[in-house]
Design a binder for this molecule. Structure first.
Ligand code: FAD
Length: 377
C-alpha cells in the first residue's frame, strides 16, 4: 500500500475529506464540505468530468444550495428557467395544480455543462480524475480510502457519492444492490435548438400507455428531449426506433410539440437509453467516518424528476452538520437521522406517483404534491 506523501504534507493540521464520485452530487459535496473547512478531494473514476444522461431540471432546493456555494448565478445563466406544466396528447393542460408552482425556481440545463461548472468552482487541486475508489478501511480516528491504482489516502471523512452502483455503499451495507424498476424505460437526447424551429415554449406531456415525455430548452442553444414509460412492453429495437415508436402515445398532432423532430435530429449513438434502476430504501447511511450521498443512497425512479435536486440537498445538509458538530462521527449520526425519515417520505410519495401512471390527472396531482412537499410549500 502506497501513501500519498505530498497530499499528506499539504493537509497537515487540516481535515481531509475524500468524496468518491465526480457526478453532480459528488462535485457539490466537494464544494460544500470544502466550505465547511475540510480539505476535500473528489475522486472520479472516469478520465474526465462528464455528465451522462442529457439534461436535468433543478428545483429551487438545489438552486438555493448552489446560491449558498457561490455557483448559483453561473449555473442559472447556463440553463433555462422553466416550469413543468403537463399537457395531454391533444395539447390540453392536464393539471390544474400548476398555478401556485409557477413562481418556483426551476432551471433546465445539460448535465455536461452543470458538471463542468461545478468542477470549475471546485478547482483542479480538489479533483482527481481517473481515480476509482475501490474500498476503504475504517479506524478509530478516520478512514483509509483505497484507489484502484494502489494509492491509499488518509482522511477523516469519506463520502460515497459514487452513484447507483456505489462501491462505498456495497462495503457499508453489503448486499444492498441496485435493482431494476420493473418495466420502466427512458430515452433521452440533446439536439441543437435550430433542429426543431417549431419549439416555442417548454412542453411536458402525460400521454397514453403510461408514457410521458418532454421537449425543453436546456441552454447554450440546446434542446433536451425525454420519453419514459412505466410498465413498458419488452423492447429490442434501436434506441431511436423505440423512442419514435412512443411518439404516438404523446402527440395527436395539431399543436406545437416536436418530439418526433427532436428524436429524428439525434444521431442513434447519442440516444441515451436506460432501464431505470433504483436503490432500495437504506436504513444505514453512515459509519463513524463514512457517509453516502446522492444516488448511492437513494437512486429512485426519474418520474419525480428530483433525484439530483435531493442529492444536492444531501451535500448541504452534510456540510451544515459538519460545521455544527465538533466531531465527524457526531455529525454523521445527525446526518443519518435527518436523511432517513426524509427519504422514507420520498419513497412513499414516489410509489404513489408511479401507481397513478394510468390516470394522467391523478399522476399530475401526485407529482406536484411531492414537489410541493420537497420544497416545503
Ligand atoms: C431518465 C432520468 C431523468 C432524470 N431527470 C432528473 C431531473 O430532471 N432532475 C433531477 O433532479 N434528477 C433527475 N434524475 C436523477 C438524477 O439523474 C440522479 O439523481 C443524479 O444524476 C445523481 O447524481 P449522483 O452524483 O449521485 O450520481 P451520478 O450522476 O451517477 O454520478 C456518480 C459519479 O460517480 C462516479 N463513480 C462511480 N463509481 C465510482 C468509484 N468507485 N470511484 C470513483 N468514481 C466513481 C461515476 O463515474 C459518476 O461520475 C433523472 C434520472 C434519470 C434516469
Amino acid at each position: 500500500m502506497s501513501h500519498e506523501a505530498p497530499a499528506e504534507e499539504d493537509v497537515q493540521g487540516a481535515k481531509r475529506a475524500v468524496v468518491a464520485g465526480g457526478g453532480v452530487v459528488g462535485l457539490t459535496t466537494g464544494l460544500a464540505v470544502g466550505r465547511a473547512g475540510f480539505e476535500t478531494l473528489v475522486c472520479e473514476q472516469d478520465p474526465e468530468i462528464r455528465g451522462v444522461g442529457a439534461a436535468l431540471g433543478l428545483w429551487a432546493n438545489a438552486l438555493a444550495v448552489f446560491d449558498r456555494l457561490g455557483a448559483g448565478e453561473t449555473i442559472r445563466a447556463a440553463g433555462v428557467p422553466s416550469g413543468i406544466r403537463y399537457q395531454d396528447p391533444a395539447g390540453q393542460v392536464v393539471d390544474e395544480y400548476y398555478g401556485d408552482l409557477a413562481d418556483v425556481d426551476y432551471v433546465v440545463l445539460t448535465r455536461q455543462r452543470l458538471n463542468e461548472l461545478l468542477a470549475e468552482a471546485l478547482g483542479p487541486d480538489h479533483l482527481r480524475t481517473g481515480a476509482q475508489v475501490t474500498g476503504y478501511r475504517d479506524h478509530d480516528e478516520g478512514v483509509v480510502v483505497e484507489l484502484a491504482d494502489g494509492t491509499a489516502i488518509d482522511a477523516v471523512l469519506l463520502v460515497g457519492a459514487d452513484g447507483v452502483y456505489s462501491r462505498v455503499r456495497e462495503q457499508l451495507s453489503p448486499g444492498e444492490t441496485a435493482r431494476e424498476h420493473p418495466g420502466h424505460l427512458a430515452w433521452r437526447g440533446i439536439v441543437a435548438e435550430s433542429a426543431i424551429p417549431e419549439i416555442t415554449v417548454e412542453r411536458y406531456v402525460i400521454g397514453r400507455e403510461r408514457t410521458r415525455g418532454g421537449v425543453v430548452r436546456s441552454g447554450g442553444g440546446t434542446v433536451f428531449w425525454v420519453i419514459a414509460q412505466l410498465k413498458a412492453p419488452p423492447v429490442n429495437g434501436s434506441g431511436k426506433g423505440e423512442a419514435l415508436a412512443r411518439v404516438p402515445h404523446l402527440y395527436n398532432g395539431g399543436w406545437p410539440f416536436a418530439p418526433r423532430e427532436a428524436i429524428e435530429a439525434t444521431p442513434e449513438d447519442r440516444v441515451v437509453r436506460n432501464r431505470v434502476l433504483y436503490v432500495p430504501r437504506q436504513h444505514r447511511w453512515v459509519s463513524r467516518h463514512v457517509a453516502l450521498a446522492g444516488d448511492s443512497a437513494h437512486a429512485g425512479s426519474p418520474h419525480i424528476t428530483s433525484g439530483a435536486s435531493l442529492g444536492i440537498e444531501d451535500a448541504a445538509v452534510l456540510a451544515d452538520l459538519l460545521t455544527a458538530h465538533p466531531d465527524v462521527p457526531g455529525a454523521l449520526q445527525a446526518y443519518e437521522a435527518d436523511r432517513v425519515p426524509r427519504y422514507a417520505e420520498v419513497h412513499r410519495w414516489a410509489d404513489q406517483v408511479a401507481d397513478a401512471a394510468d390516470e394522467p390527472h391523478v399522476y399530475a396531482k401526485e407529482f406536484f404534491d411531492i414537489i410541493r412537499w420537497m420544497l416545503g410549500r
